[in-house]
Design a protein around this ligand. Structure first.
Ligand code: FES
Length: 109
């Protein structure tokens, strides 16, 4: 079973999940606490996380993530609702501000 560590609201939530689990689906049925999310469909970015460890074990960002996060995907930002967890992973939702970060990235070009 993959182990998930999520940094959120000053806490680290650690939990084992089934192979291929979607954390937003688990959060929706109260089986993964504290996770921030909204639409569950890749449209709102409320579930955005940054992958701290285990990024190589994830499928590449899909078109929804590319559309909503743009170049931030290169900095390991992902939409949690689009991830199927198949290996140990560490994520953070601390200090994530997609609009601000996208603006900063655009200004740095
Ligand atoms: S929950 Fe809305 S984009 Fe993931």
């Amino acid at each position: 079973m993959p182990n998930v560590k999520l940094h959120v609201d000053g806490e680290i939530i650690e939990q084992d999940v089934k192979d291929g689990a979607n954390l937003v689906v688990l959060a929706g049925i109260k089986q993964f606490p504290k996770l921030k999310y909204g639409c569950g469909m890749g449209k709102c970015t409320k579930c955005t996380c940054r992958v701290l460890k285990g990024s190589d074990e994830l499928a590449p960002p899909n078109w929804k993530e590319e559309k909503m996060l743009g170049d931030l995907t290169k900095e390991h930002y992902r939409l949690t609702c689009q991830l199927n967890i198949k290996a140990d992973i560490e994520l953070t939702q601390e200090g994530i501000d997609v609009k601000k970060r996208k603006k900063e990235a655009a200004e740095a070009k």
